[in-house]
Design a protein around this ligand. Sequence first.
Ligand SMILES: Cc1cc2nc3c(=O)[nH]c(=O)nc-3n(C[C@H](O)[C@H](O)[C@H](O)COP(=O)(O)OP(=O)(O)OC[C@H]3O[C@@H](n4cnc5c(N)ncnc54)[C@H](O)[C@@H]3O)c2cc1C
Length: 429
Amino acid sequence: MNIPQSSFPRVVIIGGGFGGISLAKKLSHKEFQVVLLDKHNYHTFQPLLYQVSTGGLEPDSIAYPIRKVLQGYPNTYFRLTEVNKIDTNINCVDTSIGSLKFNYLVVATGSTTNFFGNKAIAKNSMAMKSIPQSLNLRSLILENFEQALLTDDLHEREALMNFVIVGGGPTGVELAGALAEIKKGILPKDYPDLDTRRAQINLVQGSDRILPAMSIKASEKAEQFLESLGVNVWKNLRVSDYDGNIAKTNTETIFETATLVWAAGVKAVGIKGLDAKDYLCRGNRLRVNEFNQVGSFEHIFAIGDVAQMESEEYPYGHPMMAQPALQQGHHLGKNLVRITEEKAMVPFTYNDKGSMATVGRNKAVADLPKFKFQGVFAWFIWMFVHLYFLIGFRNRVVVFINWVYNYIKFDREARLIIRPFKKKYQVNS
Ligand SMILES: Cc1cc2nc3c(=O)[nH]c(=O)nc-3n(C[C@H](O)[C@H](O)[C@H](O)COP(=O)(O)OP(=O)(O)OC[C@H]3O[C@@H](n4cnc5c(N)ncnc54)[C@H](O)[C@@H]3O)c2cc1C
């Protein structure tokens, strides 16, 4: 791996997401050799992936080179590689470019889509957890309309213009809202020779309300916003099967659709070698103590989505969101310094800054610790917060300009099929 020997203890961080980057920043200029490993050479700002999928933003506006984040940090190394295995007996990570010993290991591998073992849905649906997946979805949405324009078969045309989004959390809500805005403002102009009024956007939620992690007021208002945009909100409905043409549910309801987006669950990204029963929890997360130590290991930590820190307030760990990852990364940095100073570590406490979701222009819901509000103000807060947490000055400027432009012009100009997604829809015979 070409990492020099150092007199400082080596901290290997697996994952350059919110948690990994926050930790690397905290350890910069401290007496550690930091080695950050990621299978991508960029950090992804996942909360805005749905805007890439719907042509509102280019992917490079929400990605940032990890090497640039680390520029100027002494004793800090980045290697582009996938970690395959951890050998806890000899304190070594095994990667696609070789192996590396560590003094401290921090697993910050995040999460991936959870299809709950349903192979048909995993094979035929679209996920939206990474930039390549968002680009695939963007291509598929646009290809569907191109194909709908060409077919004489009304049945096929409707299925091509029927979108089903499974999962009424923030991702599903935001994607449904964005698609509804495209249907209203862009499709009639782009496809004047296609009856785009027949396009349907369905949001399917298994429980009795969308945004179940937010307040009831936020759920109700978000549902109203979606319905005002023409989204069909289905509650207490579960998609149980999808063959690429027909989505079956737990009731008589079926959807004939060429596009089913699965936003109904995530599970942690585990790594071989760190999978003993006594600390592996539901959804693949690693049980950590209040210092983020995994199981009984004193020098192996997990932070962010992959870590399950159970407490009275959070019996299943913190929500799999950016804030816990950022805060745990920052806090662990401080604790690692305390270890080297031979001071006791300080337990982590989560500072819940609230949650938000946007449905479309002027329509958002925000549950902050002291206030809950919905509508235009919430929408401005949502934009401000996302711009603030985006990494990179250029990205902030580009995203801001895009949003202003889209707001004024009612447009989303990144609706480009740059790399076609090969999924031709064919009606079942
Ligand atoms: C569509 C979408 C919308 C979201 N919206 C919001 C939102 O509005 N607000 C919010 O707070 N949260 C949101 N989240 C959740 C938030 O993005 C995650 O909680 C957060 O990214 C977790 O940070 P992390 O550091 O744990 O992992 P991540 O940010 O996922 O980073 C993990 C990193 O590990 C790398 N990695 C994984 N396995 C390996 C391996 N074996 N070898 C090398 N590298 C590896 C990955 O490439 C990745 O860079 C959203 C997520 C998605 C997918």
